[in-house]
Ligand binder design. Structure first.
Ligand SMILES: [Zn+2]
Length: 463
């Protein structure tokens, strides 16, 4: 048994099918895609634009609860930046219970789905009880996020984070004890989480090194070797160069800028996701782009933190893969994240259409280039098997409402430009993950329950 849908406009690599017929198997993968109606029963007709779900390549789910709570200065915080924000974040960590972790995770995963993100890479570092003792179930906090993802139906790439030091050559601070593992305990956690995949199609497990500040070169190598022995294809994520302060610390401690150090000492390839590859010099841009690694850009979070701006035209122009994450979840909107990436560069460079370059043929559309590149980067970083509406991929179909103001009157050629650069309404109407509808008419079946649990969780965090 399979389901056949006739989609008014179906996104395809390099173009659209209008209409497109997509056949989805019982196991949630795409069996066939065609411009002609296949035999068998009558297809279900879907009006509007059918696009692939996007994988969000970087999330710290609990940080959703801090959004809107750190937008002030005061006597003790006259100058605010990532490091002063981190103090507020650590205060929330101190009070984060497993229940709150699950409730906040469910809300933010729900929001991602409602904006057309069907997968998420969870860079998860709060593992232990306040004070640092392990929970009876050492995977307690990870399990809570797995439960949150299951409740919402989003695909999850769980990336437990190895965090061992408070900086290069520095012990962890008291506020960081909930994060810490030695390499052996860390690899046992990965093993435990890999066992959780039994019977869970949407769960994937990879490795994350917090940063070159929090893990020594020997620890990094040992963790990577352990992961490689379990799964040589596992996705590998690291925070690399979010701030100039971080670059300077790594340069002073390890003798090279972070991306350069990884290229020279670890070796990068297409399993790697370089989160916040914000500050790269031209040689790092060239090396990272050529390595096949994905640059993980979190445009709105990086903007709110005042981190700096990714070398978008240079990296993209060098053929580098990149995708977007929503990190601290100042936004979970695909459009907002991609818009600030493109428009921020327009402001800086004082020109239009920065990412799209002429290819000798017809018009090259910025919205299309931004969306398709983020789609491919998100799939590469998450390894979930979606990212395109073609046979063999996970059936992650997002229906955009052609009657939403941003899409009114648009055809396929400009629909993605309109969605990303032409307005602010969210046109996502229906969302399917792995063949199963999880959002219909913008609503999720568990929405009220999830919102109520979130409200309670926030009260425990902020009183
Ligand atoms: Zn992060």
């Amino acid at each position: 048994m399979s389901n056949i849908y006739e989609v008014e406009h179906l996104h395809q690599p390099g173009g659209w099918l209008s209409p497109g017929y997509i056949e989805i198997g019982q196991d949630g993968t795409i069996l066939s895609v065609s411009g002609t109606r296949p035999g068998g029963g009558a297809p279900t007709v879907l009006r509007g634009f059918g696009v692939p779900g996007l994988s969000n390549l970087h999330s710290h789910a609990f940080q959703r609860a801090l959004a809107g709570r750190t937008e002030f200065v005061s006597g003790e915080r006259a100058e605010d930046n990532l490091w002063t924000w981190r103090k507020e974040m650590y205060r929330a960590v101190d009070r984060l219970t497993p229940e709150a972790c699950e409730a906040i995770g469910a809300l933010v995963y729900l929001e991602m789905l409602q904006f057309g993100m069907t997968g998420v890479c969870e860079f998860h570092y709060v593992h232990h009880q306040p004070g640092g003792a392990a929970y009876d179930n050492p995977a307690e906090m990870s399990d809570r996020l797995i439960a949150a993802a299951e409740l919402t139906g989003i695909g999850l790439t769980m990336l437990p984070v190895l965090y061992a030091h408070g900086g290069i050559g520095k012990p962890v601070e008291p506020t960081q004890t909930r994060f810490v593992h030695d390499v052996d305990a860390y690899l046992r956690l990965i093993e435990t989480l890999r066992a959780r995949r039994n019977g869970r199609e949407g769960l994937h497990v990879g490795l994350a090194l917090h940063s070159l500040r929090a893990v020594t070169p020997d620890e990094a190598r040992a963790a990577l070797a352990g992961m490689d022995a379990m799964d040589p294809q596992a996705r590998l994520h690291i925070h690399v160069s979010e701030t100039t302060h971080e670059v300077a610390e790594v340069e002073a401690g390890l003798g090279a800028r972070p991306v350069q150090w990884l290229l020279d000492n670890i070796g990068l390839d297409d399993r790697w996701c370089l989160v916040h590859a914000t500050h790269m010099d031209p040689s790092e841009v060239a090396g990272a782009a050529a390595s096949g690694a994905v640059a993980g850009i979190c445009p709105l979070t990086e903007a709110t933190m005042g981190d700096g701006f990714f070398a978008l035209p240079e990296y993209h122009g060098a053929g580098g893969a990149w995708g977007i994450g929503t990190d601290s979840h100042y936004s979970t909107s695909v459009s907002e994240e991609l818009r600030i990436l493109e428009c921020g560069k327009r402001l800086e460079l004082r020109r239009r259409n920065v990412i799209a370059r002429p290819d000798g043929g017809g018009p090259v559309h910025s919205g299309r280039v931004l969306f398709d590149t983020a789609l491919a980067g998100g799939e590469q970083a998450s390894g979930q098997g979606g990212g395109a509406l073609v046979p063999g991929r996970r059936a992650d179909l997002v229906m955009l409402d052609a009657d939403c103001n941003v899409l009114l009157g648009h055809g396929p050629e400009t629909a993605l430009d309109a969605r990303i650069l032409g307005g602010t309404q969210n046109p996502v109407r229906d969302v399917m993950v792995g063949g199963r509808w999880v959002v219909r008419d913008g609503r999720h079946a568990e929405e009220e329950r999830i919102r109520a649990a979130y409200r309670t969780a926030v009260a425990t965090l902020f009183g």
